[in-house]
Design a protein around this ligand. Structure first.
Ligand SMILES: [Zn+2]
Length: 140
């Protein structure tokens, strides 16, 4: 195995070490390896492949973080075919919430979620994915 050096906030490292202790991992490397595998395999779902999917992606950020808002606007323009709808709301005293409705395939949705997650200074990123035809069947 290759030894790599990774920067992360002290608080995250403490949580990783605590998690390793609580769950019987051999150490932080094992926790990080498993987290990486989970992240990379997240969108490997045979039930969702080669199907038309709909997805809701929500992004929360501090209203003073205008760089996030700019990045979200850029993503919307860049992914016009994928983004069916997008709106921006204010929640609480100082938070912005960006909601994207996506219509596309698994690869496109996975790429979009990855780009949103890679945006610096977001507070939370959530998403759900649903096949379009299953949704139609459940209404019938
Ligand atoms: Zn706002």
């Amino acid at each position: 195995m290759t030894v790599v050096s990774v920067s992360m906030p002290e608080s995250l490292l403490e949580r990783i070490d605590g998690f390793a202790d609580d769950h019987g991992y051999t150490g932080r490397s094992e926790v990080i390896r498993e987290a990486a595998r989970n992240l990379l395999g997240e969108f490997e779902d045979a039930r969702l492949e080669d199907r038309e999917l709909m997805s809701i992606v929500t992004v929360l950020f501090d209203y003073e973080t205008t760089s996030v808002e700019e990045r979200m606007m850029h993503l919307r323009h860049e992914q016009e075919d994928l983004v069916a709808s997008n709106f921006h709301s204010h929640v609480g005293d100082h938070y912005c919430m960006e909601v994207f409705i996506l219509d596309g395939d698994l690869e496109d949705i996975s790429t979009f979620v990855g780009k949103v997650r890679a945006t610096q200074d977001t507070l939370s990123v959530d998403y759900s994915v649903l096949p379009v035809e299953d949704f139609a069947q459940s209404l019938a």
